[in-house]
Design a protein around this ligand. Structure first.
Ligand SMILES: Nc1ncnc2c1ncn2[C@@H]1O[C@H](COP(=O)(O)OP(=O)(O)OP(=O)(O)O)[C@@H](O)[C@H]1O
Length: 302
């Protein structure tokens, strides 16, 4: 398999204009097979617009986009069957029962089954992985918001998609449902080689799940890399905290390993507690977004 076979999403110089306003400027990035990519950015940054262009729901104003080898603006039913989309809260079919709806929607994918990818998923297996077993026979209109979100996820993967789009998938989920969702995303990536593109405002979630992170701000990509690479890019300072002879100390440093070595060499036994806190994705994100915003025209400090 060549490198280009491994590129599932290829975005090059995409621009989106509403009226006379550009909300995406020259956006370029790639997502490789089996990769989980998190798209981060403040409100209005252009995350949903980007995802909807790639889903084939919006037509870009300029630039090139290829998804699973096809321009999403010219998507066919065959292409749609290979893509999973998790929509925000399924509202239709309120009188249907959970397993019954999954079996019905799954049956629509049967004709797209291939030797390599068996479609659809078994509804019982699906209710189990989505944490819905105890609700399998419940009518959809009786589900809580969080239970509906799990159903949305199950609907998104019923056709065993090669590429899955998740737009703020855990908004409104309780910690347990969030955990079920995180386990599911990891399993999809690891076992099924599913490529996943997700947006989130939860930086812990992005750090936990994503192989790579792309940060959008004001319609421009301001960072693209692993969480560790992004942290290194801003040369974040680590924070070292320690207690010596009952007194608390804090120091910020970019050379925490050398600092700790010297500290212990000098004070040895009298240091009773020691903690090194690396720059988190949240620190990195805020630094990058603040930097990008201060560079925008009209925001220079005189
Ligand atoms: N149909 C539209 N017509 C005009 N402007 C639009 C339209 N849809 C989105 N926009 C604008 O495009 C920009 C990007 O919106 P988008 O929904 O992609 O942001 P987002 O990063 O997903 O934000 P959020 O985190 O708030 O969901 C915003 O300024 C928004 O107001």
């Amino acid at each position: 398999m060549t490198t280009s076979d491994n590129v599932v999403v290829d975005v090059d110089g995409v621009r989106m204009r509403y009226g006379s306003v550009d909300v995406l400027h020259d956006v370029s990035f790639q997502v490789r097979r089996g990769e989980v990519l998190a798209l981060l950015g403040p409100n209005g940054a252009g995350k949903t617009t980007t995802i909807e262009i790639l889903e084939g729901f919006r037509t870009r104003s300029a630039g090139r986009a290829t998804v699973l080898g096809t321009d999403p603006a010219q998507a066919t039913e065959q292409w749609r069957a290979r893509v999973g989309i998790v929509l925000q809260s399924w509202r239709d079919h309120g009188n249907w029962r959970v397993r019954e709806l999954l079996a019905h929607l799954g049956s629509l994918y049967a004709c797209y089954s291939t030797e390599r990818i068996r479609r659809p998923r078994d509804p019982d297996e699906l209710v189990a992985v989505a944490g819905l077993t105890e609700f399998a026979d419940r009518k959809i209109r009786t589900l809580s918001g969080g239970q509906r979100r799990r159903l949305d996820m199950a609907i998104g993967i019923v056709g065993r998609p090669e590429l899955l789009f998740l737009d703020e998938p855990t908004a409104g989920l309780d910690p347990e449902a969030r955990q079920v969702f995180h386990d599911l995303v990891r399993r999809l990536g690891a076992q099924d080689d599913t490529t996943i593109l997700l947006t989130t405002h939860d930086l812990n979630e992005a750090e936990k799940l994503a192989d790579r992170i792309v940060i959008l701000d004001g319609g421009r990509i301001v960072a693209d890399g692993t969480a560790r690479e992004l942290a290194q890019r801003i040369a974040g300072e680590d924070e070292v905290r320690w207690i010596r002879d009952g007194e608390h100390f804090v120091r910020s440093t970019t050379r925490s390993t050398e600092f700790v070595r010297e500290l212990l060499g000098r004070y040895g036994d009298s240091v009773t507690e020691l903690e090194v806190r690396r720059a988190s994705l949240e620190d990195t994100y805020l630094a990058l977004v603040t930097k990008a915003e201060s560079a925008l025209p009209g925001t220079e400090v005189a």
